[in-house]
Design a protein around this ligand. Structure first.
Ligand code: LLP
Length: 387
């Protein structure tokens, strides 16, 4: 882990900040692009995971497209140099102005999530004198076996159009003149670690594509979304996620002959290259005997533990005392849920030590807020040290 190797140099930086291991990011990108090209799969990076400009510029070098979730994300991707013809845009609530902007930029696909949205895209494209390529985001009703806060493809979810609704309205959906339905899109959830879920997904997609083809839909791509999970428990064991397994499964089980297969990975590309570095402010004990370590980061820099009960491995990278102790690691925000870990054994930890909160490159900085008027955290990149 990078921070441990350069802990002495990190002492002088103002905390908290994100530390990004650009070499690890490159290794991850080399792995995913080499493996996907073996099967001819197309990749988009879900920029919601992290839109740090330097991270985006490195990812762009590897030829990925971008998956965006708002008009501003589309703009951000274009400004970062992603070509519009590699940009997909999903989102359950796209505003009229966002739809107009996306069409005007000529993006690869708007991934459409309701029948009403189709109507608005068609009308807007007509007003702009364009025909917009879209994909239907289908809700396949699959349990992705992940934290229920981040599952998106079960029947009652707000995401996508139900397959039944598409079947029942096939004629209407195909009737729009300013829309070209080029693809089918699915994204069933995030942090998926039980990979057999991707087998179910492929089985469902095969059945849906067959059935919708029978109804006259002519898809030329299937976009399976993102979702591949990472090892938060022991990140050192799996710094580069297991892209080979998911690609092998999809290659074996998906049967959509002649159609392009796309993925939109976020977390799996950037989670492990980021650490949140924070300094211990205070040590104190509660009346009940709990030993608190108060650090200078909080849910405003990394909200995942407070929002989803997410686990992040934490290490003291500058311990100065002998022995170990058990602590609760809490942040500075005025919220009782602002706890990074309830019960963690660390080397004896004291004021001034630096802690690394690991696997924080995805959905860390991009979900940061200014609650309590905290400053947003800075970023330090490993290639600054290489220069
Ligand atoms: N495509 C779509 C349509 C998505 O909604 C997402 C993530 C992705 C791709 C990328 O998924 P990934 O490969 O990162 O799993 N804030 C949560 C995660 C929310 C994911 C939202 N959608 C967290 O911190 O765990």
């Amino acid at each position: 882990m990078l921070s441990r190797q350069i802990a002495d140099r990190l002492r002088s930086y103002e905390t908290p900040f994100y530390l990004y291991d650009i070499n690890l990011l490159r290794q991850t990108l080399e792995s995913v692009t080499a493996l996907s090209s073996k099967y001819g799969f197309k990749l988009h990076y879900a920029i919601k995971a992290n839109y740090d400009p330097h991270i985006l510029s490195v990812i762009r070098e590897y030829g990925l497209g971008a998956d965006c979730a708002s008009g501003n994300e589309v703009r951000c991707a274009i400004e970062a140099g992603f070509s519009p013809d590699g940009i997909v845009y999903a989102g359950v609530g796209k505003k009229d102005s966002e739809i107009r902007y996306a069409i005007s930029q000529g993006i690869f696909s708007i991934n459409c999530e309701s029948l009403q949205e189709l109507e608005v895209i068609d009308r807007t494209a007509r007003e702009l004198g364009k025909v917009q390529d879209i994909a239907l985001r289908i809700n396949p009703d699959i349990d992705p076996k992940t934290n229920s806060c981040i599952d998106t493809g079960q029947a009652d979810s707000k995401f996508g159009i139900s397959y039944e609704e598409v079947m029942a309205n096939a004629a209407l959906i195909k009737s729009y003149d300013n829309i070209r339905i080029r693809g089918m899109h699915l994204h069933i959830g995030s942090q998926i670690r039980e990979l057999h879920v991707f087998e179910y997904l492929c089985d469902k997609v095969n059945a849906i594509v067959d059935c919708l083809s029978g109804l006259g839909f002519n898809f030329d791509f299937v976009d399976l979304g993102g979702g591949l999970g990472v090892n938060y428990d022991i990140p050192e064991n799996e710094p580069v996620p297991n892209f080979a397994s998911v690609f092998t499964i999809v290659n074996q089980y998906l049967n959509v002959s002649g159609r392009e297969v796309h993925f939109e990975f976020g977390r799996s590309l950037v989670a492990q290259c980021g650490e949140l570095i924070t300094r211990v402010l205070f040590r104190k004990d509660t009346a009940t005997g709990r030993k608190l370590v108060v650090v200078d980061a909080s849910m405003t820099e990394l909200i995942r533990p407070a929002l989803y009960g997410a686990y992040h491995s934490i290490e003291n990278i500058t311990p100065r005392e002998e022995g170990k102790d058990r602590y609760t690691i809490v942040g500075t925000a005025c919220e009782s849920t602002d706890v990074f870990n309830q019960s963690l054994t660390l080397p004896v930890t004291s004021r001034g030590d630096l802690l690394s909160i690991k696997s924080a490159g995805a959905y860390g900085m991009s979900m940061a807020s200014r609650y309590n008027l905290h400053d947003l955290p800075g970023a330090v990149y490993s290639d600054e040290f290489d220069r």
